[in-house]
Design a protein around this ligand. Structure first.
Ligand SMILES: *Cc1c(COP(=O)(O)O)cnc(C)c1O
Length: 720
């Protein structure tokens, strides 16, 4: 921040650029856009980079412009009020807990594309959680990683093979600052790793009121191989992974101690951070408690959220790796080797090893899946952790359904519409279902016009991106066409954008190509599909799927009506979930634990066309979108059979319901029946699948009782 050279009068813009608060306040975004619109687009909405690169004359002119200065003042008035607000929801409901920090650990955080330390839904959920915690006034503190190379950028070769491009992050262009301890010095801690110590530096990211601490091993005190430990998200082998998890879990606890932060509540977002629980037990044992007593204490204050039923999504480490890294450690817990290994014991379907999810389930007192259906599936899946529990319903795993941070994901154009028809305070009240009844009062033609505008914006985003790649000579003419430049803003547009994990079945819609072609190429009622998404670099089948989709995007026979847009990230996601007509989701049930992209789409008036899995199994009401195939209990045990059933159901829905409804227009060209579905999607989904509802639920059901438990024995903890 110190390196920014800003005119006196615009001095505080630097502070704003370094607080991600700007990203979910449209009036703050507008300031940066106004400074230099074309640069704003070139730097992909990164205000830190913008302030570095902007011409000094432009800044000087803005500083002289009274209208701009008034706007700056208004933004800072709001900013200062927000950050100092003493009457937040949390302070009003839990006044006794406002000074008890709550730690939230996650391997990834998706806050904004300018800070690329996320891969997909899990990270974006963590980012949304922090933003909402800030809005509600929770004393939350995030802990994660600063990956200098982040997650990869995706390029496709002309024949459709994914290429992973890693970019070294320039820290000057990222809204991070070195975190300092109570003594004001940069904070560096040590963590023992396999007979050596690794030093960890800490960066601070400000998310409204919520600080996020990101660990980084790329410092001079470390050996070269340790400097690369935190280079990449989800890169490397199991040895690197366990070391990253030790740094996150054990290092994370030590960082908070070094920073002088004493959390009352500890939330592990997925099993990657479960060593945090072990480290807290070690601390108590060091203070004189028995392992049993220590475990009871940490359970009472630990929340664990599991995020996937897909076996590959759970870390299982070979015993040998555990021995190498923990044989010096388990004596400090007062445990034998067998006792320690038993903490990570599990049954099918993994074979031998130390299971991080089983560890987290055993050591946390509050455990949840991320939708009702996923809760059920998790109780079944993890039953063996509680051999004495008589039946599945009583396995102690509950569910808190995911939601999305509404101010982050709502399109500015929809925001203005909601301002007008729900009231200018709609954002403050957005988890109140009664508020959303007023959506029915929005005139159909006005809603339709706003949607058309967002759709054109998506298409021009796609076109401009292709144009820039073309100018730089990065793509062949065929690739320009495959990336969506032939898309027609008048045609019904289906969006499918998410990670290319095989269970998401991106190619389900291609099972019967002739039938699909008839649907897409109806001259009176054309349909087009836009795809986007990355496959993990080690996921061969996922890359095969991308290859297949790309082959059809390049296929002359489909006439450019199937598009694949490269390098899906939060920036691209905003355009997608605001600008297509219908959001397609075809996971192999029950593998989609929740899914959140459909929630973002619904908030913007884009109905969901989805298998009844994850959040949609509880979100669908018969009128707010479409359900592909049957109820969850009707799932066939043979996936091949189920694929066929689902594909047939999808074609039938498109042919008989979705396409006809979209193209049934009245005399002024407005699809009245379609708008009914749009309004119903907004009305029912926006309040319920918001991060606000979600964070309130975590707070009331878990954080508050856990914090109270902690306050009961805090004095003794602090005397130790
Ligand atoms: C919301 C989001 C996701 C999550 O999508 P799912 O529906 O959970 O598959 C993934 N990536 C990005 C960039 C997103 O914005």
């Amino acid at each position: 921040m110190d390196r920014l050279k800003l005119p006196e009068r615009l001095n505080r813009l630097g502070e704003l650029a370094y607080n991600l608060w700007w990203s979910w306040h449209p009036e703050a975004r507008a300031l940066f856009r106004k400074l230099d619109y074309s640069l704003w687009n070139r730097v992909r909405h990164n205000p830190v980079k913008l302030l570095h690169e902007i011409a000094p004359e432009k800044l000087a002119a803005a500083a002289q412009d009274p209208a701009f200065r008034r706007q700056v003042d208004a933004v800072f008035k709001r900013f200062d009020e927000d950050l100092a607000d003493q009457h937040t929801w949390f302070a009003t409901h839990f006044p006794e807990l406002v000074n008890t920090p709550m730690a939230y650990f996650s391997f990834e955080f998706g806050l904004h594309n300018s800070l690329p330390v996320y891969a997909g839904g899990l990270g974006i959920l963590a980012g949304d959680h922090c933003k909402e915690a800030s809005d509600l006034g929770l004393p939350l503190v995030g802990v994660g990683f600063m990956y200098p190379q982040g997650y990869f950028h995706q390029r496709l070769s002309p024949d459709g093979w994914q290429q992973a491009v890693y970019e070294q992050l320039n820290y000057d262009d990222v809204p991070v600052q070195r975190a300092t301890g109570p003594d004001g010095r940069a904070c560096v801690i040590r963590v023992p790793l396999n007979a050596r110590d690794v030093c960890i530096a800490v960066w601070r990211v400000q998310v409204g009121r919520v600080p996020l601490y990101l660990m980084d091993t790329n410092i001079e005190d470390n050996e070269p191989w340790d400097r690369d430990l935190s280079a990449r998200l989800y890169g490397g082998d199991q040895e690197l992974r366990i070391q990253q998890e030790i740094v996150l879990g054990i290092g994370g606890v030590r960082i908070l101690r070094a920073l002088g932060i004493e959390p009352a509540v500890w939330h592990a977002n997925e099993g990657h951070s479960a060593f945090m629980m072990v480290e807290r037990i070690r601390e108590f044992v060091e203070q004189g408690l028995s392992f049993q007593e220590a475990t009871e204490r940490i359970r009472a204050t630990t929340i664990f959220t599991t995020h996937t039923p897909v076996p590959a999504g759970h870390d299982v480490f070979p015993f040998q790796l555990i021995e190498e890294h923990f044989s010096h450690y388990w004596p400090q817990l007062g445990l034998s080797r067998e006792e320690f290994l038993a903490l990570g014991a599990h049954h099918e379907p993994w074979g031998e090893g130390f299971n991080m999810t089983a560890l987290a389930l055993r050591l946390s007192g509050y455990r949840n899946g991320v939708s009702q259906l996923h809760g059920e599936v998790s109780r079944k899946m993890w039953r063996s952790v509680w051999p004495d529990v008589p039946d599945e319903e009583r396995v102690p795993i509950t569910s808190v359904t995911n939601g999305v941070h509404v101010p982050t994901w709502v399109a500015p154009e929809m925001d203005r519409l909601y301002d007008k028809y729900l009231g200018p305070d709609w954002v403050e009240r957005h988890d109140d279902p009664a508020l959303w009844e007023r959506v029915l009062e929005i005139p159909d033609d006005e809603l339709w016009a706003v949607h058309q505008q967002l759709k054109r914006k998506l298409m021009s985003f796609i076109r401009e991106r292709a144009r820039r790649q073309w100018i730089r000579g990065e793509v062949t003419p065929e690739q320009v066409l495959a990336s969506g430049t032939l898309l027609d803003p008048e045609a019904l547009t289906i969006g499918f954008a998410r990670r290319f994990a095989t269970y998401k079945r991106a190619t389900l819609i291609f099972r019967d190509l002739e039938r699909l072609k008839r649907i897409l190429q109806d001259p009176w009622r054309p349909v087009q599909i836009i795809f986007a998404g990355k496959a993990h670099p080690a996921d061969e089948p996922g890359q095969q799927l991308i290859h297949q989709v790309y082959a059809l995007a390049r296929d002359h026979g489909f006439g450019g009506q199937i598009a694949f847009v490269e390098d899906y990230d939060m920036h691209a996601a905003r355009y997608f979930i605001q600008g297509v007509d219908v959001w397609l989701n075809t996971p192999r049930r029950p593998h989609e634990a929740s899914g959140t992209s459909g929630q973002k789409a619904a908030l913007n008036g884009i109905p969901h066309l989805s298998i009844l899995d994850g959040w949609w199994a509880e979100g669908y009401n018969g009128a707010n979108g479409w359900a592909i195939g049957g109820q969850p209990e009707e799932t066939n045990s043979d996936p091949e059979v189920q694929d066929e059933i689902d594909a047939q159901a999808l074609y039938r829905l498109l042919e008989e319901e979705v396409v006809p409804l979209y193209y049934t227009r009245d005399r002024d060209g407005v699809p009245r029946g379609w708008i009914q579905v749009v309004k119903e999607a907004i009305r029912t989904c926006a309040p319920r699948f918001s991060a606000r509802r979600m964070v309130k639920e975590y707070t009331e059901r878990m954080y508050a009782p856990a914090a109270r438990a902690c306050l009961q024995w805090r004095p003794s903890e602090q005397s130790g």
